[in-house]
Ligand binder design. Structure first.
Ligand code: PLP
Length: 450
């Protein structure tokens, strides 16, 4: 594998760019991308199972997105929504209002990243309810601005030496049925994790002081954790009883990724507010909170304003993304291809003891690697080695999860079936190599993993 130019650029990067933002698995220096393929600066070709961290749902450089960006860039690049108006932002807000669950009146607040949209959701919840407490879940990842960081609870590395964090944010265990926080088994547990939340509201969190629950409908970075069918409907009822907002954080799961436009639709719940980011503008900086209008009408300017929010070029890209998702029926496509991938991965379980569990909805899939199926001891180093070997074989994939042992399979939703199966062949060959001890420990020294 030729890597001369890649290694030279990595070396320069490490001298001048802060490494606090990078979890570097292998020296992949991307030169260009198209659809579900990437090429590095040395000309090596890869299938993409990462999608730029679940961003490229419509594939890299989709011609309709490229055209929309070009056209808008020649017309208006920036003029700030803070002091003026422009139609492309209004049109996008109108589409988002229609697209999101809930037939009630809504308004949209734009921002720049998943992180600051989460901060905005905390502000909106507090401002609109007059309550200060916000509840989040263990295992969640919401971003790295102060509010989002305080909501997140996946690794202490995120928060070490950064305190004090935001006050009045509380964490409760997520319904993780493979690695239950209470070591119980579903359904015999009777949904103990929900009972635990009820107990918290009875004993330490006066419900009339709780503004909101902020939740990932499927936890992404925790390793694709999917709650049981009745969990979200029951939590929503609990919220309604106490006037607490149900805020659905769809930064990773939104826009067709899980086989529905938004993952919460799998549970049939209408959230009071929904947070989107990542894929909305095909990688241009954009995020939004879409919430009940009466909540948005209770906070006042400049409570949440960014100079470059709803940038016209990003808005044009987002409108093209929505056209592609609808025109190419990507929710249906993600569901169909996802089922094929899940079937293939579950077949692999018969041959490789290393695979403890395969979980997913649509094309958001996690392959949980374990040292023993009985103890479910996470196989973190093995997962890293699988990713390294997969990269050497021409597949971009990373590992993540509460214990860093879950392979993350999230290709563009436009991937062809052939590319998907070719990528899964590489996953299998790499798992075989690691299971048979053919990937040396020395590769671990080169990796900084989740
Ligand atoms: C569920 C979720 N929320 C929020 C974020 C943060 O988004 P951003 O990195 O755009 O700030 C991420 C990023 O990985 C995410 O997966």
């Amino acid at each position: 594998m030729k890597l001369e130019k890649s290694l030279e650029i990595v070396e320069r990067d490490r001298r001048v760019i802060s490494q606090a933002s990078r979890i570097a698995y292998y020296p992949l220096v991307v030169d260009r991308a198209s659809g579900s393929k990437l090429w590095d600066v040395d000309g090596n070709e890869y299938i993409d199972f990462l999608s730029g961290a679940a961003v490229n749902n419509v594939g890299h450089c989709h011609p309709r997105v490229v055209e929309a960006i070009r056209e808008q860039a020649g017309r208006l690049i920036h003029n700030t929504l803070g002091y003026t108006y422009y139609e492309v932002a209004v049109e996008l807000a109108e589409r988002l209002v229609k697209l999101t669950p809930g037939g009630f009146r809504k308004r949209v607040s734009f921002s720049l990243s998943g992180s600051d949209a989460n901060d905005g959701a905390i502000k909106l919840a507090r401002a609109s309810t007059g309550r200060s407490k916000v509840v989040s879940f263990l295992g969640s990842y919401h971003g790295t601005t102060y509010g989002a960081l305080t909501l997140s609870a996946i690794t202490p590395r995120m928060r070490r030496r950064l305190g004090p964090l935001l006050p009045e944010i509380y964490h409760v265990p997520y319904p993780d049925c493979y690695r239950c926080y209470f070591a119980l088994t579903y359904p015999e547990c009777g949904l103990h994790c929900l009972e635990h939340i009820e107990l918290m509201l009875d004993m330490v969190l006066p419900p009339d002081e709780v503004a909101a629950f902020i939740l990932e409908p499927i936890q992404g970075d925790a390793g694709i954790v999917i709650p049981p069918d009745e969990f979200w409907p029951r939590l929503k009822r609990l919220c309604e009883e106490h006037g607490i907002l149900f805020i659905d954080e769809e930064v990773q799961t939104g826009f067709a990724r899980t086989g529905r436009m938004f993952a919460i639709e799998h549970w049939g719940v209408d959230p009071d507010a929904l947070i989107v980011a990542k894929p909305i503008a095909a990688g241009l900086p954009m995020a939004a909170i879409i919430a009940r209008a009466e909540l948005m009408e209770r906070w006042v300017a400049p409570a949440h304003l960014f100079t470059t929010e709803a940038n016209p070029v990003a808005c044009a890209a987002a409108l093209a993304v929505l056209d592609i998702i609808e025109g190419e029926n990507l929710p249906e496509r993600a569901e169909r291809l996802g089922e094929k991938a899940l079937r293939r991965l579950r077949e692999m379980m018969e041959s490789y003891e290393l695979i403890g569990d395969v979980r997913g909805r649509g094309l958001l899939i996690g392959v949980d690697l374990v040292r023993s199926r009985e103890t479910r001891e996470p196989a973190r180093a093995e997962a890293m080695k699988v990713c390294w070997r997969a990269w050497e074989r021409g597949l971009v994939m990373i590992s993540f999860g509460r214990f860093g042992n879950v392979l993350r399979i999230a290709p563009p939703l436009t991937i062809t079936e052939e590319e998907l199966m070719e990528g899964l062949d590489i996953v299998e060959a790499s798992i075989r190599d690691v299971s048979e001890g053919r990937v040396p420990d020395s590769v671990l020294e080169k990796m900084v993993a989740w």
